[in-house]
Design a protein around this ligand. Structure first.
Ligand code: UD1
Ligand code: CA
Length: 458
């Protein structure tokens, strides 16, 4: 097995993004775009991976961290010059060098695998990736002879009308024989008017030196449309999104309206689940079978079991077991855990709390830092008053307790098994099992004005 290394070119200025954030750090599918290239290279087993950085180098290094080594290109002197910056780090450490860009997040890993496989099979000096397309997108043209053998790549800036008319484009992605590359890359001449060293000129050099060049041709141009502007960024996002949704649909998930459904690549969804329009599934979210999520829901880093309903709601860092109904207009925050068959109705919020199986919380309630027992019923407008302005305190509502509407449970407080709390109660002490408690204990003690006076007199 050949030792593979990768060079990811990412030193471009990205001026057309009109951004203070380096271009390759703009997210696509929720992650900085350069990480798509790094991830693909890793999946191919490339080691090391060298990122060629320029503008914004520090921010890029902070994001990518030790997944790559870094070569700094101080001046933008072209793709050939950029690749040469990686020589010191790679010479003698790899047999094959994969070159790709940091701004091509839609390139499929499988395409790179095919390119690398072809390269290993034929062992030429260069295996390049080309695409057949009617719109040239400003790409270099792949020029072949009568026998169909590749002769050279010609950039638009120096192309004749005949060459401009060619439909086979150079994608900018290559496998190089490492020894050949490092010996020949310094021979690439400078090209005017921009005074750049073109990596593409290695193809002409190989042909002149009687070294074979192989080509893998793809037809899906969306894979290699790079990102130069925010218009491209949105296009790239859409392409990625469509691919993710297609995968889900082929796995048995119904997506009612792909155009308004946003699922990140990390999300897993079970069979026969229906994703309704205007829904966002993000991060480490895992959803079971036969659920209906949305319309209008956002689910981030949350685990949802089977047969759940989540209309018009926001769920973040929560766990939801089976047959749970949430919403409309409910909010689960970090650490919310809803057991089997829990019903959480409209305008409810749960944070850092466990609701045991069968608990019900129908309307307008806040439950924070609480343990709620099985089949407890939390009436409309109940609030766990968990914060005294300095600290958070826990509330325990035991099995089968019935909390009347508008109750304020002033934590720390425990409501016993089967206890009943009257509507509007303000509960400041524990209520034992099976007891009924009601009323408002709050009394006026002293006027605030008197208190100030007393203070001044001291
Ligand atoms: C290059 C290819 C062209 C191909 C096209 C595909 C050359 C000369 N031409 O075009 O045949 O069709 O890609 O997109 O290679 N970069 C650096 N340092 C530099 C210059 C570029 O790191 O000095 C990086 C850029 O950040 C970018 C990548 O290299 O990620 C490609 O640069 P770009 O200017 O877009 O390539 P083109 O010359 O347009
Ligand atoms: Ca370009």
């Amino acid at each position: 097995m050949a030792r593979l290394a990768a060079v990811i070119l990412a030193a471009g200025e990205g001026t057309r993004m009109k951004s203070s954030l380096p271009k390759v750090l703009h997210p696509v599918g929720g992650v900085p775009m350069v990480l798509w290239s790094v991830q693909s290279a890793r999946e191919l087993g490339a080691d090391p991976i060298v990122l060629v950085v320029g503008t914004g180098a520090q921010a890029v290094q902070e994001t990518v961290g030790d997944q790559a080594l870094y070569a700094f290109q101080a001046e933008r002197l072209g793709t050939g010059h950029a690749t040469l910056q990686a020589r010191e780090l790679l010479q003698g450490r790899a047999d094959v060098v994969l070159v790709l860009y940091g701004d091509m997040p839609n390139l499929r890993t499988e395409t790179l695998l095919h390119l690398f496989a072809l390269h290993q099979e034929r062992k030429p000096a260069i295996t390049l990736l080309s695409v057949k397309a009617d719109d040239s997108m400003g790409f270099g043209r792949v020029v072949r002879d009568e026998a169909g053998r590749v002769r050279e790549i010609v950039e638009e800036a120096v192309a004749t009308p005949e060459i401009m008319a060619l439909k086979e484009l150079n994608c900018g992605v290559y496998c190089f024989d490492a020894d050949w590359l490092w010996a020949n890359l310094p021979q690439v001449p400078v090209t005017q008017p921009k005074g750049e060293y073109y990596l593409t000129d290695t193809v002409g050099l190989a042909i002149k030196g009687n070294q074979p060049v192989e080509v893998l041709t793809i037809t899906d141009v969306t894979e290699v449309q790079g990102i130069n502007t925010r218009v491209h960024l949105a296009r790239s996002e859409r392409i990625l999104r469509e691919r993710i949704l297609e995968r889900l649909m082929l796995e048995g998930v119904t997506v009612i309206d792909p155009a308004s459904t946003y699922v990140e690549t990390t999300v897993r969804v079970g069979r026969d689940t229906v994703i309704q329009p205007d829904t966002y599934l993000q991060g480490k979210t895992v959803i079971g079978e036969r659920c209906t999520i949305g319309p209008n829901s956002l689910v981030r880093d949350t685990r949802i079991g089977d047969d759940c309903q989540v209309p018009f709601s926001v769920l973040e860092e929560a766990v939801v077991e089976n047959r749970v109904h949430i919403g409309p207009f409910a909010h689960l925050r970090k650490g919310a855990h809803l057991g089997d068959g829990v019903h959480m109705g409209n305008f409810g919020e749960v944070k850092n709390s466990y609701l045991a199986p069968g608990a019900k919380m129908g309307h307008f309630s806040y439950v924070g830092d609480a343990q709620v027992g099985a089949h407890a019923n939390i009436g409309a407008g109940t609030v766990t008053c968990n914060y005294d302005g300095l600290q958070k305190h826990p509330t325990v509502i035991q099995e089968g307790a019935f909390i009347g509407s508008g109750a304020m449970l002033v934590a720390p407080v425990t409501i016993g098994k089967g206890a009943k709390i009257g509507a509007g109660a303000v509960v400041t002490h524990d209520v034992p099992d099976g007891m009924l408690a009601y009323g408002v204990p709050a009394r006026c003690r002293r006027r605030l004005a008197d208190e100030t006076k007393a203070h001044e007199e001291e």
